[in-house]
Write a protein that binds this ligand. Structure first.
Ligand SMILES: Cc1cc2nc3c(=O)[nH]c(=O)nc-3n(C[C@H](O)[C@H](O)[C@H](O)COP(=O)(O)OP(=O)(O)OC[C@H]3O[C@@H](n4cnc5c(N)ncnc54)[C@H](O)[C@@H]3O)c2cc1C
Length: 818
């Protein structure tokens, strides 16, 4: 039985129920290989069930649908909108327009469009499975009889002459996907009512133009609420109504009060009591809605002079068994009417509504009714009292005798899951595998993404102070966005950088180094932010700003929720690991096989040097694997001279494939130095990213391949920059000078043609550049490297000593020695 007794029946939830049920049958080996299965009902639920069963086994599936069309309810409504997740609003992801189902997928649109998408994918499954899926349209199932382990399904089939041909089929398994039926044609005696699923059933246009158009909507289920809003609105457009509310800036402020009110209402409902939503909304929701401008917005959309009546049997205007969004919209209509002298909203309570003769005069409203004795006259009457469930269930009455009680007991065991079924990861993966195995075209959401040039999507949104990562690239696999071979990635971030803190930098980093990546964001604010770390970077050159587009739909698959800081940390660690692998790959080629394609490291180590570098690298890598913070510090200081917490997030954005050469070369240079200085290793704390232990004394070091320092080239700045470590390795500077500088040389005495970095630094740091002498040392052997380093240290000590002496003597060069 597919959801027919459940409380939350939406097209999407029925499909999820179908997929989960089919998957459960598969997992429990419930369907024999040669079984015959009957699915009764060719609505969205039945179609999904039949397709799922046919894809996952070898049984023969018979789909019975009365009348000529599949999904008949949705076949004629161009003005009714279907949104896959909106029923759950304001829960995260509810505004997502793509259903993102593994089969029979669709995106929000009119009922007709949604039907077209679903039937198209259903036909693709039919083509793939052949006669294991047999569709019997024009077959009304009239009775089902259980007999032992089988069922006899009796039906009346439409025959070409317009008659009915009775028939029967024996099946091993029966799935009832009969929905919950059609509305009664005459819900109030003597009054014809247009079906919800017909365009003529949408109230509005027919009463526009009257001075005080009046409408009565009977019934406060979702259909009634939506039609009340339609009747209240000028040019009703369901999509516009949804987006007016759900995309209002700051609307998340309503999430918490709406959720707590729903919780209280659900508790009251469970206790058999009603709940006064209007009273609760007046206190907890209305003032915020006013503040957000929502009430004004709704007032501006009201049909001028409209007189609204919503009739219910219960004393409360609204019920918890409806969508929060519909309830909020009706409340806003009511609140907007309350502010206006012309428009009016009235809640009418009565158990019976009877049609009586309207007044005979020409201008009289079309409908006259009595409501517990009170006479009401309206121009339009909309009756939304739900479908005739008993009529649909009648052919299965025997089978369903015990069902309601069993279902009640089941719902009590799984109260939350029963309200809003969720497609589990296992079921999703199962059907994704099946679509691949059957070589089916991608489901609709992937096709749309592929057509837009991006098959992989990441979305990061803020909800209740937490960041929510969704999409078809999981957080742990975020670095695949950097794969050159894979399809490009879109990164959708509705929040602005200022609200994301470190996470804004981490996401900027992800986009900056992604191949062809596009960010869907607030273009103005993200543009300014990203310029700061790319085209206007003070630490790096040659960076383009990622392509930016306005936010639109994305993917809501596989949600992961974390605080923004935790997500930034997780994302940062994932990307760092990718960079480590990138560096390792190149170094392995150099140190094991002497390969250095592109002269990235630009060193040709002697065999004994290569072996020593390999051994040191193995130790460093093990330390990086153990300690993500150590790796993060090491990498970011490779590409940025600025140390310190304030610069850390920005510096880290540079650590990625676009700066691969710098990262690899700097690591290679650091390793080469480490062969000459035993006990040199990455360093976890400020300052610097290296430490060199000599006896009891630890010297701090900074290996840095930054392209720019404070916006100016490293070549011109390195010497005057106040490095904070005892030594500095500058691998991008290949000065023709020795690894150490002579202390007595002054900057201003420098020949302009010789880079200033080649002079002594402004601070006390020993500066080592990878110049020809050093390269020659690396190519010669370990002793030569050690010799060069000793020479550099001695020269440095002499320089410091002479600087101090000169300061003591004449107070000169204070800055140089400071
Ligand atoms: C007023 C109203 C408003 C709604 N608004 C929304 C909305 O906005 N969004 C949303 O997602 N959902 C909405 N729904 C629910 C929507 O109808 C369902 O989501 C959707 O149709 C469920 O699909 P289904 O396959 O379960 O049932 P149905 O679409 O009802 O399909 C059942 C099928 O079974 C067939 N059938 C029944 N009995 C037999 C039989 N004996 N023999 C052969 N065939 C049979 C029927 O002809 C029908 O085609 C609304 C429903 C109503 C009544």
């Amino acid at each position: 039985m597919l959801g027919c007794y459940d409380s939350r029946i939406t097209l999407y939830s029925q499909q999820v129920r179908a997929l989960e049920l089919a998957h459960a049958l598969h997992r429990t080996h419930y369907v024999a290989a040669d079984a015959h299965v009957a699915v009764v009902g060719g609505g969205a639920g039945g179609l999904t069930m039949a397709a799922a069963l046919a894809l996952q086994g070898t049984a023969t599936v018979h789909l019975f649908q009365r009348g000529p069309d599949l999904m008949p309810l949705q076949s004629a409504a161009t003005r009714r909108r279907l949104d896959p997740h909106i029923y759950g609003w304001p829960t995260p992801g509810a505004e997502q327009v793509a259903a993102e189902l593994p089969i029979l997928d669709w995106t929000s649109g009119s009922a007709v469009e949604v039907r077209r998408a679903l039937v198209r994918e259903f036909d693709e499954v039919r083509a793939a499975v052949g006669d294991r899926l047999l569709v019997h349209t024009g077959h009304r199932v009239t009775r089902v009889t259980a007999s032992g382990a089988t069922f006899e399904v009796d039906f009346d089939a439409d025959d070409p002459t317009g008659g009915l041909a009775p028939g029967a089929r024996i099946v091993d398994l029966l799935v009832l996907a009969i929905g919950f039926g059609l509305e009664r044609r005459q819900p109030i005696r003597g009054v014809q009512s247009e079906s919800y699923w017909r365009d003529a059933g949408v109230p509005g246009g027919d009463i526009e133009g009257r001075g005080r158009p009046s409408v009565l909507v009977s019934g406060n289920g979702d259909g009634g609420l939506i039609d009340l809003i339609a009747a209240a609105s000028r040019d009703f457009d369901h999509d516009v109504m949804i987006r007016t509310i759900t995309r209002r800036p700051g609307v998340d402020r309503l999430s918490a009060p709406l959720a707590t009110i729903d919780e209280r209402a659900r508790a009251a409902d469970a206790a058999g009591q009603g709940f006064d939503f209007v009273a609760a909304y007046d206190v907890e929701v209305g003032p915020i809605a006013d503040n957000l401008g929502l009430t004004d917005e709704m007032a501006g959309r009201l049909l001028p002079g409209v007189q609204l009546h919503l009739q219910t049997r219960e004393p409360e205007l609204m019920s918890i068994r409806t969508a929060t969004l519909n309830r909020l919209a009706v409340y806003l209509v009511r609140r907007a009417c309350g502010r206006s002298p012309r428009e009016n909203f009235e809640h009418v309570v009565c158990t019976e509504l009877d049609a009586v003769e309207p007044r005979p005069d020409h201008d009289a409203p079309a409908y006259a009714l009595t409501c517990d004795g009170r006479r009401l006259e309206v121009d339009r009457l909309v009756v939304r009292r739900g479908p005739n469930r008993d009529f649909e269930r009648q052919p299965f009455a025997d089978l369903l005798r015990d069902y309601p009680d069993a279902h009640e007991a089941w719902m009590r065991r799984f109260p939350a899951e029963a309200i809003a079924p969720v497609l589990g990861r296992d079921a999703r993966a199962h059907f994704e595998d099946l679509t691949r195995a059957h070589r089916l075209p991608s489901p609709g959401h992937r096709r749309a993404a592929e057509a837009a040039g991006a098959a992989r999507r990441i979305k990061v949104a803020l909800h209740g102070g937490e960041a929510r990562w969704t999409g078809d690239v999981p957080l742990a696999g975020a670095a695949t966005a950097w794969d050159a071979a894979g399809p490009p990635v879109t990164i959708t971030v509705p929040a602005i950088p200022a609200d994301l803190g470190a996470l804004a930098y981490a996401l900027g980093r992800l986009a900056l180094h992604a191949q062809g990546g596009v960010m869907h964001v607030d273009v103005a604010r993200w543009g300014a932010f990203l310029d700061g770390i790319t085209t206007a970077s003070r630490n790096a050159e040659d960076l383009d700003r990622p392509t930016l587009r306005p936010v639109d739909g994305s993917s809501d698959l596989a949600p992961e929720r974390l605080t923004t800081d935790n997500m930034a940390a997780r994302l940062g660690a994932t990307l760092d690991r990718r960079c480590l692998a990138m560096i390792d790959e190149h170094l392995a080629g150099l140190l094991e096989r002497g390969e250095d394609p592109g002269h990235v490291v630009d060193l040709a180590p002697a065999p004994e040097v290569a072996a020593a570098m390999r051994a040191i690298w193995a130790e460093w890598k093990a330390a990086f694997d153990r300690d993500p913070a150590l790796l993060a510090r090491f990498l970011r200081l490779l590409v940025c001279a600025q140390d310190g917490t304030a610069a850390a997030d920005e510096a880290r954005t540079l650590v990625g494939p676009r700066k691969r050469k710098l990262l690899v070369r700097a690591t290679g240079a650091a390793l080469a130095v480490a062969t000459g200085w035993a006990s040199t290793a990455p360093h976890p704390d400020e300052p610097g990213n290296l430490t060199h232990q000599t006896g009891a004394h630890a010297r701090t070091g900074h290996v840095c391949a930054a392209e720019r320092i404070g916006g100016r080239t490293t070549a011109t700045e390195a010497a005057s920059f106040l490095w904070r470590t005892d030594f500095v390795v500058l691998p991008m500077l290949t000065s023709p000078v020795a690894v150490a500088r002579r202390a007595e040389e002054r900057f201003d005495a420098t020949d302009e043609s010789e880079p200033t970095f080649a002079k002594a630094g402004a601070g006390p740091s020993l500066m080592l550049s990878v110049d020809p002498r050093f390269k020659a040392g690396v190519a010669a052997g370990l002793a030569q490297i050690a010799g060069l380093l000793s020479e550099a240290e001695a020269a440095h000590a002499a320089r410091l000593g002479s600087g101090i002496e000169r300061n003591v003597g004449g107070g000169r060069d204070l800055e140089e020695a400071a």
